[in-house]
Ligand binder design. Structure first.
Ligand SMILES: Nc1ncnc2c1ncn2[C@@H]1O[C@H](COP(=O)(O)OP(=O)(O)OP(=O)(O)O)[C@@H](O)[C@H]1O
Length: 309
């Protein structure tokens, strides 16, 4: 048994263990302190001396919007290095959950911790922490009068004092990471839907955030572009040592790259587990959602939630 101290930035070893395909040392977490890794083809067991906090820890979270409880009793741990899919029917509260992760929506109860740190309430500290979270917005949010490269450069210009030559180099690297180096000088109107989504992804990655959040990354894309985006998300997660959370109602496209699936319905988390456990679930909410059945416990108007007290 080899002991390795917990590290936030270790990108040293590629590993595989029974529950997740954590790609890098950053994927080690307290719930699973023993891992087996391949070093030059040799199987080596390692054990953490210090537990490493999960990338995201939600405890007894309660989220209220417009005076209504949208989500309650939310408890969720997202291991570093993993990909988590947050699934659920329209209006179930997926976007609301994301806005709590970025600090945009303050919880009415419970706590949100990112990398072991509670989300700060102070605005300046919150802005600083947000640099650690890359968000791929629904609808891309690209500025139409800027080129692809200028769009990707925006966060670097806004949040760093790097010289132009360094920014240009970083932008080229980010565009290369999404396979679009050749599209640097194109304007958003000159890009296909899939290409625009990849430029937005490069921009979300600009500041090298350790946590990536994808809000409905497949909306408006055809099956081929959807496949490209999902495999890109998986590849970036592994090669850059990220942790990813994907919010989607595209179950069949999302599950193949997912380590942990979370289903929200009825104002709460109704399922947390592996994709295989999800497929085998007999929970009535899960089954109705997976099978797309019109009749079941999920009301047609999923927005109908009890009033907050
Ligand atoms: N700003 C707001 N004020 C009041 N209610 C809101 C607000 N934003 C969302 N809601 C309500 O919260 C509930 C959850 O909405 P949310 O957008 O989080 O769902 P969702 O699962 O992301 O849906 P979709 O898949 O359609 O985007 C809905 O009932 C919605 O009407």
């Amino acid at each position: 048994m080899t002991e390795i101290a917990g590290s936030d930035h270790g990108h040293l070893l590629h590993m595989r263990h029974p529950h997740h395909h954590c790609a890098v040392l950053a994927g080690l977490h307290s719930a699973c302190p023993t891992h087996s890794v391949q070093v030059f083809g040799e199987e080596v067991s390692i054990r953490l001396r210090e537990p490493v906090a999960p990338a995201v820890q939600l405890t007894d979270l309660r989220l209220v919007r417009g005076g209504r409880v949208v989500l309650g009793d939310v408890n969720l741990s997202v291991a570093r290095g993993s990909i988590t899919a947050v699934l659920g029917p329209s209006g179930s509260g997926k976007s609301t959950l994301l806005s709590a992760l970025t600090g945009e929506l303050l919880p009415s109860g419970g706590s949100v911790e990112l990398f072991g740190q509670p989300l700060p309430r102070d605005r300046r500290a919150l802005l600083e922490l947000r640099k650690q979270v890359g968000v791929l917005l629904q609808g891309n949010g690209l500025l139409t009068d800027l080129t692809a490269a200028e769009n990707v450069a925006l966060p670097l210009r806004a949040h760093t004092d790097l010289p132009d030559a360094v920014i240009d180099r970083l932008v080229a690297m980010k565009l290369h990471a999404v396979g679009l180096r050749h599209a640097a000088d194109l304007y958003p109107r000159e890009l296909s839907g899939g290409m625009a989504r990849r430029v937005a992804l490069a921009r979300a990655l600009a500041l090298d955030p350790p946590l990536m959040i994808y809000d409905e990354p497949l909306t408006g894309l055809d099956p081929i572009a959807s496949g490209v985006i999902m495999s890109l998300i998986a590849r970036l997660n592994a090669t850059l040592g990220l942790t990813s959370i994907i919010v989607s109602h595209h179950v069949h496209e999302t599950l193949p790259i997912t380590d942990q699936a979370v289903v929200i319905a009825d104002g709460r988390i109704v399922f947390t587990g592996s994709p295989a456990e999800l497929q085998a679930s007999h929970d009535a909410f899960v089954r109705q959602f997976l099978d797309g059945a019109p009749d079941g416990p999920i009301p047609f108007d999923a927005a109908a939630r009890p009033v907050a007290t």
